[in-house]
Design a protein around this ligand. Sequence first.
Ligand SMILES: O=C(O)CCC(=O)C(=O)O
Length: 249
Amino acid sequence: MISSTKNLVTEEQRSELDERGFFFTDVLFTESEIEPVRRECQRLYRASIEEIPASNTVHREKQGLRPFLPAPHKGSEIIARFQRHTVFQQLTREIIGPDVDQTWSQGCLKLPDVGAFTQFPYHQDGKFAEIDRLDSGISCFIGLGPLSPENGTLYFAERAHDRTLPHTWDERLEWWSCSVDGLEVVPGTLLPGQMIVYRLMTPHGSPPNRTDLMREAFLITFNVPGIRLVETGELFGHQQPLLRNGLLV
Ligand SMILES: O=C(O)CCC(=O)C(=O)O
């Protein structure tokens, strides 16, 4: 249970975020909070496949195996409510400050693997979207079900979030890829309702799902308001206000 007077982030977790680029939380969401989000991600996943014309078999197959489910709050009131949960308010107030926007979110489902297509090469999110405030944001990778190396959970590379690593484009996986040789990597083994909080430049990637069951996770990113793309100066991401002056908007 989260109390508004006690800090959610311990001194040790704060140091880990600064030094390693990530920290693990306890289980912070109950089963009755996580299960509806899990079911909504499943519904949005099925709907996303139906939206692809039957003639586009390649796209349908890719979306079926390694779905891209951005901005799930737009299609689900339940997820929209979850994204404003007290845990996110308290966490971001303590790490980012009194003014916070939700800048990104996505359902992260991964089907039992075919052809090693369900892996994600190591990358830094700043490579996908170079924004002007890479230093102040955080992402939360949350277990909607159990997450393990076997089912393709995310791994995080330590102590590299203070620099930009060279990336190359992986044509087959359609993803940026960087080397983490020489870095310590840690698997995000999580229980449902537990999460890893990491910096936007923390290198992360995941192996294929080698189990017979779907891997179910959720990703949400927060930052100060008014984040812009460096190249164009355009506002970036969802721009969903969460906190102003420390209070829920
Ligand atoms: O779902 C995954 O395992 C990886 C997702 C990811 O790294 C990303 O979207 O940046």
